[in-house]
Write a protein that binds this ligand. Structure first.
Ligand code: HEM
Ligand code: NAG
Length: 516
């Protein structure tokens, strides 16, 4: 009897919660209008009140395009989304470099990620660098910045990438030629990125690129946890997912299970490593050994490496997928990349008698010289940034450089996707893929302001893995292009989906040909 009444009680509570949930969606839609500030007087004059409501509703599934449209019509590239009468709840979206610099650097202290945001990933990422503010963040940042500035980590990274490229990626693509098979390059690159970041962070091999093996539990749990955390982000109100968590329902139940697996697996790896260090047989160069040696406790070490897995996983693969797709439509650009690579390796080979093959892998010095390939990666990420948007929460009232007032608690978002598509920033041809725009003159790369191009964020919290990501992406893309030609199976323009990290809807299916 008591179980029955408990069951009834719970059903009633969840019914009420769901009713409130839908009511909230409706209220949000009805009271949210895109309004403008005194400074940014771009307006909805032409849109009567009801017009905004309809467009908000129509656009809720294509927010990135709607925001981009509104921002390019705003004289200072900033919009304010306001729930009527509630300043504290307003959200500011900006594509204005001066505002971005203010938020990310000049007034950094006033713009932490904030609790509403860190709560979303909190159960998954714990107190790891990616998801904390203040002291907790700055101590980890110092330690990690130090490690990332070492030559030993850079060289180690390249050796990991090289080995995975020659040992796994190239054979996989060669098999595809033999079998005339279709490969989903997005999936291949994601698996490669996960194998890479697991080796660099954990010194552990998930063998994801080996399609004949089942996906290891840690990898599957990682995906599940990331997805369930993202679901929290789209709940229309904070308490909705909190209630789901309280009652262990749906995605919250999946999240809890997935996080338990991630924690258990990582803890085992940590214990094993500690044992090796005690026995004096740990010569590893990965992040795990470095963090343990710095004397941190198990929980912090665990959360730190999880943050790195999270940050370094889908970002590089997303960037490479879009570049490879763009190149199939821009053979002239592809040819230019090949000319650059050939020039660099030929140079090198003259001084190196041991050159057994033209397909010698690219070393660190070679990769530094690949300016054109770097320009192509930047140009591709300008149009298809792996992290589409990123939000902070204002600690106190403030005014942005363009005059937009900010109130304590406001969500303030900078929006790399929209910024890459602003005519005001990149000119009339802003929607075209044109790597040449990254050069001042042939051979001389332009130094773009990181506040105009905040694809890696910028300021004190700039992506720690930026250089590592470029090394990895140059090496992988260069190695693929020198050996293979990718022929897309489908000629339609793919759909860009902005989740936690962006991806290509349905994958990037190709046939592989040997390049002559
Ligand atoms: C193309 C590839 C990449 C892009 C576009 C990218 C972009 C970003 C962005 C936008 C942020 C800020 C996110 C936020 O604060 O919410 C970030 C932070 C971070 N990234 Fe990356 N990232 C890339 C690759 C990597 C790689 C390969 C690693 C690691 C090895 C990495 C490590 C990190 C870390 C640790 C942070 C947190 C830094 C902090 O909060 O102090 N990233 N990245
Ligand atoms: C990580 O990569 C290095 C360098 O290629 C390799 O020697 C090592 O075996 C890899 N570690 C694991 C666990 O796969």
């Amino acid at each position: 009897m008591p179980t029955l009444s408990l069951f009834h009680f719970l059903s009633l509570v969840s019914l009420i919660l769901y009713l409130l949930y839908f009511l909230r969606i409706i209220i949000t839609a009805v009271t949210t209008t895109a309004t403008t500030t005194a400074a940014a007087t771009y307006g909805h004059k032409s849109y009567p009140f009801i017009g905004s409501l309809i467009s908000f509703h129509q656009n809720s599934h294509r927010l990135i395009h709607w925001f981009t449209h509104l921002l390019s019509g705003s004289p200072s590239q900033t919009i304010v989304l306001r729930r009527l009468g509630r300043r504290k709840n307003q959200m500011i979206v900006t594509a204005n470099p001066a505002n971005v610099e203010h938020i990310l650097k000049t007034n950094f202290e006033n713009y932490p990620k904030g609790k509403p945001f860190t709560d979303l990933l909190g159960d998954f990422l714990g107190i790891g660098i990616f998801n904390v503010d203040g002291e907790l963040w700055s101590t980890q940042r110092k330690l990690a910045s130090h490690e990332f500035s070492t030559r030993s980590l850079r060289e180690f990274t390249l050796s990991v990438v090289e080995e995975l490229v020659t040992g796994r990626l190239v054979p996989l693509l060669e098999d595809a030629i033999e079998n005339d098979g279709v490969l989903d390059m997005q999936d291949v690159l994601r698996r490669l990125a996960f194998d890479t970041i697991c080796n660099i962070s954990l010194g552990w091999d998930p063998c994801c690129l080996d399609y004949s093996r089942p996906v290891p539990p840690l990898a599957a749990a990682f995906d599940a946890a990331a997805e369930a955390s993202a679901i929290r982000g789209i709940a229309p109100a904070y308490w909705v997912w909190k209630a789901k968590r309280l009652f262990n329902l749906g995605s919250e139940r999946r999240l809890k299970a997935a996080v338990a697996i991630v924690h258990r697996s990582v803890n085992e790896i940590i214990q094993d490593r500690r044992q090796r260090q005690i026995n004096g047989c740990d010569t590893r160069l990965d992040l795990l050994s470095r963090f343990i040696s710095a004397g941190h406790g198990d929980e912090l070490v665990r959360d730190m490496v999880i943050s790195f897995l999270m940050a370094g996983r889908d970002t590089t693969s997303a960037a490479m997928t879009w570049l490879l797709w763009l190149l199939t439509w821009h053979p002239d650009v592809e040819k230019q990349i090949l000319i650059e690579l050939t020039a660099i390796t030929n140079d090198h080979d003259n001084s190196n008698l041991d050159h057994s093959s033209y397909h010698r892998s690219l070393n660190f010095e070679d990769l530094k010289k690949t300016d054109y390939l770097k320009a192509c990666l930047c140009e591709s990420m300008r149009l298809y940034p792996p992290v589409v948007w990123d939000s902070k929460h204002a600690g106190n009232d403030d005014v942005l450089p363009d005059g937009t007032p900010v109130f304590k608690g406001n969500r303030v978002m900078y929006f790399p996707y929209g910024m890459g598509r602003m005519e005001a920033l990149w000119g009339k041809d802003c929607l075209e893929f044109r790597p040449d725009r990254w050069f001042v003159e042939p051979g001389v790369l332009k130094m773009e302001s990181p506040y105009k191009f905040p694809v890696f964020q910028s300021g004190p919290r700039v992506c720690l893995g930026k250089e590592m990501a470029f090394v990895q992406m140059k090496c992988v893309v260069g190695s693929i292009l020198r050996r293979f030609e990718l022929v897309p199976v489908c000629l339609d323009r793919p759909v860009f989906v902005p989740l936690l990290t962006a991806h290509m809807k349905g994958g990037f299916k190709v046939r592989v040909r040997r390049r002559n």
